[in-house]
Design a protein. Structure first.
Lengths: 272, 272
């Protein structure tokens, strides 16, 4: 298997160097290596579990996952967690993009907003949780709020950087072609900063996801973080593993979706 | 008859830290309708500043620049600008780039498409109309920029070292194409270059500038007929004029003006 895909990858190169490299990267070999790596990881885990470490074995975790899916617990937890993260992330991004644009475009806005952003950036969103719970109660609001904050802070800085980095020559080119401020903004600044916004969104999503689980560990009646916290009380290691793996897979899937959007929207970039 | 372009005692100074730097000192110049002017001079002689003032991208400190008898205060559709760095919008195809100015001018879709196609064909990019800039070579990018400037039908073309970043072969080819285009669609052209051959080959009149302070040092008429081709480039008349301009550029006031180790321009003015 390994030999065959190795040959395909090499055989593709001489035909078209740039395309060939891309094909080799997207082709079978790296995927195969990924699969081998995952298989090895599971094998090591299994070996450690059998060697007497207090770990559940992979079949135990799979069995527990089937049980949790069967009785609907996992589905409900995933739904609860995803809902929180998506609402918080959507609100955070929706607020970050206009604020980032305003900061980049108007020095006055930048001067007014920047100290607050820099300050809150140094405070981990989790540190806000006690305050949020006192002020907003123990419902959904404090959890969504800290997720919002995490996503917002990651995305706003990146958007702002994007606007500041727009090539002056492109703005001048638009001006001499008759574009006024509004036109320059919509037709030059927005597309030119899209790559930055998407990077910010990816970072924001990662940060939102990390915050979510931690928020659920502290105060929730449902969700993956809550389930793991609960399992800890009963020494239920397989459930903790199911929770961990679910969080990882969901995070990975969401990141892939954004990566796909990034490829689609910023394919015009010259990659070095 | 009033001149198409009239530069009247234009002075431009910049603050450089505590010092004042005089980019242009009392520059006056008249350019007739459909004249092809080249401006050549050492780094820091203010040639790009002069062009930016005419483009409406910079304001003179004193004096004024008139186009068709009207003082220039902002960019306008009658003045097309072509930048050395091409300044194509990387997220737009060749066609959309060429249509950009037509869209700001409010042209309808059919008209945009037709005019864009005409100028894309004129610069020989027909096959690449739907390609993104990243797929084009430097010469093709500059041809696209020329088509884009022509599409809004300016009566003046301001070209800021447009071929400066290209290799010698491509440059010679594009010079001939530019003259071809210019003879089909006559415009008043102000073309900035640091290449003496290029200056003489293209122009009706070569303006030689000197640095520190930036000023007009010499004016050389190139009273030779178009179309000009390779024969012209190899002719004794061309050689004589080139030698004259060369002398003017490189031996200003008896000292070496360009490339002298003792009078390097400060960094801020390196792109004159």
């Amino acid at each position: 298997m390994a030999v065959i895909s190795d040959q395909t990858a090499r055989g593709a190169k001489p035909r078209d160097r740039a395309g060939g490299r891309r094909r080799a990267r997207a082709g079978g070999l790296p995927l195969l290596l990924n699969a081998v790596s995952v298989g090895l990881g599971i094998a090591v885990w299994w070996a450690l579990a059998l060697a007497g470490l207090k770990l559940p074995t992979p079949p135990e975790v799979v069995a527990q996952a089937i049980t949790l899916i069967g009785n609907g617990t996992l589905g409900k937890d995933v739904l609860a967690s995803l809902t929180r993260v998506l609402i918080g992330f959507a609100l955070g991004t929706a607020a970050a993009v206009p604020v980032g644009f305003l900061m980049g475009w108007y020095a006055v806005v930048r001067g007014l907003v920047e100290p607050w952003i820099q300050f809150f950036r140094t405070v981990p969103p989790l540190a806000i949780i006690p305050l949020a719970i006192v002020l907003m109660g123990i419902g959904e609001a404090p959890k969504i709020f800290v997720i919002f904050l995490a996503a917002f802070l990651a995305c706003v800085i990146s958007t702002f950087q994007g606007v500041v980095n727009v090539d002056r020559t492109l703005i001048n080119a638009a001006r001499v072609l008759g574009a006024k401020d509004a036109g320059i903004f919509a037709r030059v600044v927005v597309p030119a900063s899209t790559p930055f916004i998407l990077v910010g969104m990816r970072v924001g999503l990662g940060s939102a996801w990390a915050t979510l689980v931690a928020a659920e560990l502290i105060a929730a009646q449902q969700g993956l973080g809550f389930r793991m916290q609960n399992a800890q009380l009963y020494y239920d290691l397989p459930t903790i593993f199911v929770g961990l793996i679910s969080i990882g897979i969901l995070g990975l899937l969401m990141d892939r979706v954004l990566l796909l959007a990034e490829r689609k929207l910023t394919g015009w970039q010259e990659r070095r | 008859m009033t001149a198409k372009i009239s530069v009247q005692s234009v002075t431009k100074t910049f603050a450089l830290g505590k010092d004042m730097f005089t980019a242009l000192d009392q520059v006056s110049l008249d350019i007739a309708d459909n004249e092809f002017i080249t401006v050549v001079g050492p780094s820091g002689c203010g040639k790009s500043t002069l062009l930016n003032i005419l483009a409406g991208l910079e304001e003179p400190t004193s004096g004024r620049a008139l186009v068709d008898g009207v003082p220039v205060s902002r960019p306008g559709p009658e003045r097309g600008v072509i930048f050395q760095q091409y300044a194509l919008f990387p997220w737009l195809t060749v066609r959309k780039n060429v249509e950009f100015g037509l869209k700001t001018a409010g042209a309808g879709k059919a008209e945009r498409r037709e005019r864009a196609q005409h100028f894309i064909d004129m610069v020989g990019l027909g096959e690449f109309a739907d390609a993104l800039p990243k797929m084009l070579s430097g010469g093709m990018r500059q041809r696209c920029a020329i088509a884009r400037a022509y599409a809004v039908n300016p009566s003046i073309l301001l070209m800021d070292e447009p071929f400066g970043a290209l290799d010698a072969l491509t440059r010679v080819k594009l010079q001939e194409q530019l003259l071809d285009t210019w003879s089909q669609e006559q415009r008043t052209v102000m073309f900035i270059t640091h290449d003496v051959d290029e200056a003489v080959f293209l122009a009706n009149r070569v303006i030689v500038m000197a640095a520190r302070p930036g000023r007009i040092y010499d004016v050389v008429d190139v009273d030779l007929p178009y179309p000009r081709s390779e024969d012209f480039r190899l002719s004794p008349e061309f050689a004589a004029l080139r030698n004259r301009v060369w002398h003017s550029v490189y031996h200003q006031d008896g000292r070496t003006a360009a490339g002298s180790g003792t009078s390097l321009p400060s960094p801020a003015t390196a792109r004159s």
